[in-house]
Design a protein around this ligand. Structure first.
Ligand code: NCD
Ligand code: ZN
Ligand code: ZN
Length: 348
């Protein structure tokens, strides 16, 4: 019988989907990411959104200033919208700091942000992205209120993603934070140009956890958690060793008072426990040996970037997720699984 491993050393991972925000929140959350990850794909949904290479450049400088002496490479993205300037695609590719364009359908979560109203309108942008080989990252949910919220990912795949990959077979596409069996099947069946990121919460929790003994705002993120059969499909895909699936935490910090309120924001802050959460999920699937590929190899391989050379070590050493993380003067963020014990711990 194989004894359970007590430590696990893997090449240093990267986070291929991360929200860092700005100002005090950026300062508060960034150290949790840099402690574990060498690089992260930084989402552009700020206020105002990052829609130009120039804006991405100055946001990148703020992130690097916040990182100080810690070694960290932010991989910047641009926010696509109906007015998006096609010329930005070529500039982005030439910049070497912008690595993708992010598509949010209009009306998804973050109020007051532009988003894309009809994906076909962006076809000239996709043409340029295909030509310059700049990946498209997709929040794959319809915002049509007549579609049940649990079906919005599947509906987006049928209505928009399937035609998109058919019309742009050379475009690299990442289906972000997949949450359903439909998304798993779509990505598996698509060409090698199509991949997906997977969050720890979609591997570990199903929709019952939204209502566990009461309403749980810290389990609310989008895409919303799904039924157990979907969680199992996402878990199986991520732990299978298939290089189309890789780590993207979607760590999405919101202040405690904006989560614990009558109309709370969507997003789970996982940056401080992400690798421990993933280890737990992989162990649950008897696939700890696949964690390194998912966390450290599949992402850079898809993006055409070198793999990291140094390593991290996890130990089976239970720790308790803090109940709050302080932000600026008197604000705080409640991390995902706050107050819960996790079995794996990232060692310094
Ligand atoms: C994200 C955020 O807060 O920016 N929230 C979330 O629930 N995932 C937005 C997003 O990733 O779509
Ligand atoms: Zn999203
Ligand atoms: Zn996100």
């Amino acid at each position: 019988m194989n004894p359970m491993p007590e430590t696990l050393t893997i090449k240093r991972p990267d986070d291929w989907h991360l929200h860092l925000r700005d100002g005090d929140v950026l300062l508060a959350v960034l150290p949790y990411t840099t402690r574990c990850f060498a690089r992260a794909v930084v989402m552009p949904n700020l206020h105002p959104a990052i829609t130009t290479v120039a804006a991405a450049q100055s946001y990148r400088e703020r992130i690097c200033a916040a990182a100080g002496t810690r070694r960290f490479t932010p991989l910047m993205t641009l926010y696509l919208n109906d007015q998006f300037d096609v010329a930005q695609v070529k500039l982005a590719k030439a910049s070497r700091i912008v690595h993708a364009v992010k598509l949010y359908p209009k009306g998804i979560a973050t109020a007051g942000q532009p988003g894309v109203s009809a994906i076909e309108r962006c076809y000239p942008v996709f043409d340029a992205m295909q030509e310059h080989d700049l990946p498209l990252l997709v929040h794959a949910e319809v915002t049509d209120v007549s579609v049940d919220i649990f079906d919005r990912e599947g509906a987006f795949i049928d209505r928009s993603l399937e035609p998109l990959v058919r019309n742009f077979p050379g475009l690299r596409v990442v289906v972000e934070h997949i949450s359903t069996l439909e998304a798993v099947r779509f990505v598996e069946a698509a060409s090698s140009k199509v991949a997906a990121t997977v969050t720890p919460q979609h591997m570990l929790l199903n929709r019952n956890s939204l209502f566990e003994g009461g309403l749980r705002p810290h389990h609310y993120c989008i895409p919303v958690l799904k039924r157990e059969e979907h969680r199992l499909a996402v878990l199986a895909a991520a732990t299978s060793g298939n290089p189309k699936f890789f780590l993207g935490t979607d760590s999405a910090p919101h202040l405690k008072r904006l989560k614990e309120t009558a109309c709370g924001c969507a997003g789970a802050f996982t940056a401080n426990s992400a690798i421990a959460l993933y280890a737990q999920a992989f162990e649950q699937a008897n696939a700890l040996h696949q964690l390194e590929g998912f966390a450290s190899f599949h992402g850079p391989d898809f993006y055409g970037l070198p793999r990291n050379e140094d390593s991290i070590t996890l130990a089976r050493k239970p720790w308790t997720v803090p109940v709050e993380i302080p932000v600026g003067q008197g604000e705080s963020i409640v991390p995902f699984r706050a107050g819960h014990e996790l079995a794996w711990q990232l060692m310094e």
